[in-house]
Design a protein around this ligand. Structure first.
Ligand code: TXE
Length: 516
């Protein structure tokens, strides 16, 4: 079945930087060519940004924050404009979907889901624009009142990865704007198209010039300069743990607050009393959704030994039926990986699994000679904690299976990782769900579902998965800061009553000047 979208050949798209509410030629003048990961076609060119472009964008965002209307609008006005942006993203669903498929290589039905998710996130963020309330203290003692107010944090620097370009943008940009911040966004150098498209839609929706700027380019140039920039007040980053560390180091230069959402190595724990049909489906979704290029991918499957053989056989059967190929085909389940280098990393991990003695029970090959970067759904059984595929984030369609006998063992295996983003539990027993969830070291736990979520629910990591919140009220509050105003309304008792200080020293009264 072909996509309803007319062909996949879109005219090649070219994007300038987007600064001060309009496209502008970058200082470097060069461009980054993006080739479709599924067939090698040139699909887009993005400006190859420079430090100068970042300076311009930060200056535009600063002016918009200090002098522009955006932070001064009422919450209701900001909400109305963000809702118009949500309408425009919805109206451009087909175009944005196609851009995500072309640039990321993900199957079209997942790309469409991303755009719908971006609309939902923008609407939810709009509702939060009206919720910027503070607190009042009136019991501080006679004649004292305090107001704790919430203010926008200022200019927010946002850095996004390539796996969900529009969706992760929508986890950050509308939340920042709802709070009254202005932003400079650096999208991934692989997938910048949707960011430029959405920034243009934001202007059409009524977001003032300079409130939403986009600078494309590489991490080592644009990303580094942006996250170390003295003109920013906050950094929200999503990407690898390695780059996250670098970004946090950058923010330390100017003591800027940050939120970093990094990688994961999530456990999907199936207890013997689970609804096994649902759990089979959840295991497949957990690891093969979005080609496995997903931070909350359930890439380590733990199955109770009592049900393991039958369960694993069913997963293998279902995985054999998955269709790998043209991401524009509605029937495709697994599209192309982001680029050649990433495919090489995934295949090296698969080779390490074989070398280290895991049992390869499905797939393992990347079809050679094809122009696209495809990888078969791959399943390893008998994976041990010491193996590379147990420990490293693979970020591809590769599942590692380990069997367990007791709850204790399942929890220990699940927590045996440097990461702590998400985990999944399958059991019909609510006591098992609650006790295991409480012991899992991760910011997210999902029970009897996989890769689920809603805009209201905050995503956060612990350990190597980072810190800070994305989405939910907590995600919105990241873009705000508190200000405490203490007001005395009654008479004040002096701390230094008049006449208590004997006055400045003088040699005449014998006090030494050095004693002051
Ligand atoms: O990520 P990077 P990469 C994981 C996944 C993947 C691996 C590498 O395991 O295989 O990371 O992916 C920008 N200062 N995740 O190399 O480098 C970069 O330009 C500031 C998990 O693509 O982290 C891009 O915009 N920014 C993850 C963004 O950081 C810098 C999603 C992410 O790129 C920078 C993606 C610098 N010095 C990969 N260097 C998730 N959490 O979902 C790079 N960037």
């Amino acid at each position: 079945m072909r996509s309803g979208i007319e062909g996949k050949v879109m005219a090649e798209r070219s994007y300038l930087q987007f600064i001060g509410g309009r496209p502008v030629e970058g200082g470097g003048g060069g461009s980054i060519e993006r080739r479709s990961p599924s067939d090698g076609r040139l699909v887009a060119r993005y400006a190859d940004g420079t430090a100068g472009d970042v300076d311009l964008a930060v200056a535009a965002a600063r002016t918009a924050f200090e002098e522009g209307p955006w932070p001064r609008l009422s919450g209701l006005e900001r909400a109305a404009i963000l809702n118009r942006l949500a309408d425009l993203i919805r109206d451009n669903r087909d175009r944005l979907t196609r851009i995500e498929v072309e640039e990321v290589g993900k199957p079209i039905r997942f790309a469409r889901g991303d755009i719908d998710g971006a609309v939902a996130l923008t609407r939810y963020a709009a509702s939060l624009a009206m919720q910027m309330a503070g607190t009042v203290h009136t019991n501080l003692g006679a004649g004292k009142t305090a107001l704790i107010t919430r203010e926008p944090v200022g200019v927010a620097a946002l850095v996004t990865p390539w796996n969900f370009p529009a969706l992760i943008l929508a986890q950050k940009v509308p939340f920042a704007l709802a709070a009254g911040c202005t932003v400079v966004l650096k999208p991934s150098e692989f997938t910048s198209g949707s960011a430029f498209e959405i920034a243009a839609l934001a202007v059409e929706a009524g977001i003032p010039a300079g409130a939403f700027n986009v600078v494309s380019g590489y991490g080592a140039t644009v990303g580094d300069h942006l996250t170390a920039h003295p003109g920013i007040d906050f950094v929200s980053f999503t990407g690898s743990t390695r780059t996250g560390r670098r970004v946090v180091a950058n923010t330390s230069t100017n003591l800027v607050k940050s939120s970093v959402e990094l990688g994961g190595k999530s456990a999907n724990i199936v207890f013997a009393d689970a609804d096994l049909d649902a759990a089979v489906d959840g295991a497949l979704t957990g690891v093969f959704f979005n080609n496995g290029e997903c931070c909350i991918s359930g890439s380590r499957l733990f199955v109770h030994a009592r049900v393991a053989d039958g369960f694993i056989a069913r997963i293998v059967e279902r995985s054999k039926a998955l269709r790998v190929g043209d991401p524009f085909d509605e029937a495709t389940d697994i599209g192309a990986l982001i680029d050649e280098g990433h495919l090489a990393k995934v295949t090296a991990m698969i080779a390490a699994g074989v070398d280290e003695g895991a049992a390869l029970i499905l797939g393992g090959r990347a079809p050679a000679g094809a122009p696209g970067h495809f990888c078969e759904p791959t399943i390893f059984d008998r994976v041990e904690p010491g193996m590379t595929i147990f420990r490293e984030e693979i970020f591809g369609p590769v599942l590692s299976i380990t069997r367990f006998d007791t709850v204790e063992e399942a929890v220990r295996l699940a927590n045996d990782t440097a990461y702590g983003l998400a985990n999944y539990v399958w059991s019909k027993d609510i006591e098992t769900v609650l006790t295991v969830a409480a012991r899992l070291k991760s910011g997210w736990v999902q029970a009897n579902t996989a890769i689920d979520g809603a805009p209201q629910l905050p995503l956060t990591g612990v350990r190597g998965s980072g810190f800070g919140y994305e989405m939910g009220e907590a995600g919105f509050q990241e873009f705000t800061q508190l200000k405490t105003l203490l007001i005395r309304t009654g008479p004040r008792t002096p701390v230094f009553p008049a006449g208590a200080w004997p006055g400045p020293p003088s040699p005449a009264d014998g006090r030494a000047a050095s004693a002051i």
